[in-house]
Design a protein around this ligand. Sequence first.
Ligand code: HEC
Length: 144
Amino acid sequence: MTIQKLSASLASLALGGLLTAALPAHAADKAPDISKLPPPATKTGITFDEHIKKIIEPSCLKCHSGNRPKGRYAVTTREAFVKGGDSGKPAIIPGKSAESPVIHFAADLVLDMEMPPVDMRQDFPALTKDQIATLRAWIDQGAK
Ligand code: HEC
C-alpha cells in the first residue's frame, strides 16, 4: 500500500467515525421513552371481547386481518393479538403494558413503527389517550 492510499483510507476511517458520532442513533435502537405513556385506566374487568375489540376495530383491523395480515400480525383473536408477527417477539406481555410493543407503537414511541402508520391516519385513526389507557389496563390485568 502506498503512503497516499494509506492516508486516504485513514482519512475515510476518521470521517466514518465522525459521521457515526454526529448522527443520532436510530430511535428503534433506543429503549422507548415510557414516561410519555398515558397511565393505565383504573377500570377493572376489562376483556378482549367486550372492550378491546372495539378499540382496535377502526384503527388496526383492516391491515391486521385476512389471509395476508401486515407484518404477519393478526389482531382478530386475543391469542393472535398477544402473540405478535414477523418480529418474532410477543406484541403484548401480559401484566406489563409499559414493556409491550403494541403500547409503544400505538403511543408513537418507536420511530417508523407508529401504529397505525402516520401516513394512513386519514383512514385509520390514531388511538386516543383514553384508548391507550384502557389497553394498558387490560394488559396489566393479564390481557384476558
Ligand atoms: C394501514 C395499515 C396498518 C394499520 C391500520 C395498522 N398497522 Fe400495524 N403494521 C402495519 C405494517 C405494514 C406492519 C409491518 C411494519 C414493519 O414490520 O416494518 C405493521 C406491524 C405491526 C406490529 C409488529 C408485529 C410484529 O411482530 O412484527 C404491531 C405490533 C402492529 N403493527 C400493531 C398495530 C396496531 C396495534 C394497530 C392499531 C392501533 C395497527 N398496527 C394498525 C400496518 C398497519
